[in-house]
Design a binder for this molecule. Structure first.
Ligand code: 6PG
Length: 235
């Protein structure tokens, strides 16, 4: 098995952290457009990405050739303040980046499991593999919407599975959710894990030996297919 290629990047301040992650994403997207004429990016919701999106949106690159999708979505309309698509539209698809193509996961289906066919059809628009995947992580070790205790977690964390989307029709962390699977996220060229706070660094340390069922991020740390960059700031 390939030894996981994990590089750690510690940044002194939240501002430096956001700019560094944005710079790394921009570099990867430029490479994608140069190498194969288009690039694709998957991003999460939560509180960490906002400043990263603000910095990334200002960057000059061929945004018209870039598709942006979500690693997961809360099953709420884009008009809802907790919508991840709304976060991306308000904070990333601005300025130069307004030309990027947004591929959302939410549709008007009453629950996420009924939204899977539409999401999978939408995801087929992506240039594959994904040029970059940005992930956050919760204090429970979840990434995207792959939470400990999720009924379909084993399937969602199976790197060999062809499953693209995992639905949680029951609310989890506030709302029903749709998540991309690990198998889908590993069809990418680079994973950037952006975490803030010493408590999350402690979770990463625990995840090096814990079961992925306990700390799902362990599945990202243990896979040997995609380079992982962990970007961290104490702030
Ligand atoms: O929809 C979401 O909430 C995200 O996709 C989720 O996986 C997030 O990345 C983590 O919960 C970390 O969130 P913070 O960035 O707020 O710590």
């Amino acid at each position: 098995m390939i030894v996981p290629d994990i590089t750690n990047h510690r940044h002194a301040t939240a501002e430096v952290f956001a700019q560094a992650v944005a710079d790394r994403i921009a570099k990867q997207l430029r490479l994608g457009v140069e190498d194969h004429g288009a690039a694709s990016l998957a991003v999460p919701g939560g509180t960490t990405p906002g400043p990263i999106f603000d910095a990334l949106a200002k960057m000059q690159l061929c945004w018209a050739r870039v598709a942006v999708t979500l690693t997961d979505e809360r099953w709420v309309p884009v008009s809802d303040r907790s919508s991840n698509e709304a976060l991306v539209r308000h904070r990333l698809l601005q300025g130069p980046a307004a030309e990027a193509h947004m591929i959302g996961l939410y549709d008007a289906s009453p629950k996420p499991s009924l939204g899977i066919p539409g999401a999978e059809t939408a995801l087929r628009q992506l240039s594959r593999p994904l040029d970059a995947v940005l992930l956050g992580m919760g204090g429970d070790g979840h990434f995207a919407s792959l939470f400990p205790g999720l009924p379909d977690l084993a399937e969602g964390l199976n790197p060999e599975s062809a499953t693209i989307c995992i639905a949680s029709d029951a609310p989890i962390n506030g709302q029903p959710r749709l998540s991309l699977s690990l198998g889908f996220l590993l069809r990418s060229r680079l994973i950037l894990l952006a975490i803030r706070g010493a408590d999350k660094l402690a979770v990463i340390e625990r995840a090096k030996t814990a079961a992925a069922s306990e700390l799902p991020i362990a599945a990202i740390l243990r896979q040997g297919r995609v380079p992982v960059e962990i970007h961290f700031t104490e702030e």
